[in-house]
Design a binder for this molecule. Sequence first.
Ligand code: SF4
Length: 140
Amino acid sequence: MPPLTLAQATKKIEAYTDCYHRRTGTQLNSVPGVKEAVIGGLAHNLAELNRPLCPCNFYPDKVAELRHRRWLCPCDEMQIYKYCHCMLYVGENNLPITEHLPPQHEGRQMYGLNPDPHPELGRPRRGQTSPGMEEWYAEK
Ligand code: SF4
């Protein structure tokens, strides 16, 4: 398949995020500019790499990072804990949902305990761990 243009990638990501936030019982961040910036970053990576790599991290080698899959949107943390550190998928007051994170996770340290308004939705990998993510934090 030929690579997507940025405009095509943006449309795809917009459609996906609109559907995904409903499926997970989250809201798209309504602070002006936040949603647009994250969607723009995801679309840029989709057009460049053909994969929706999370735009809110620094990767020494983006192509190498794709092999881990941990930061392909929706990332491991979203699928396991419903935590979006980009603050695209949020709960009350545009804050990331942190209720399901382990207490020692940096998200809990930064944002405190923010409840999941729809715990019955999303988290297809609830109860699992992500060795790739543990490795990521260990390397930080
Ligand atoms: S933190 Fe995860 S869910 Fe949020 S935009 Fe990045 S990859 Fe997607």
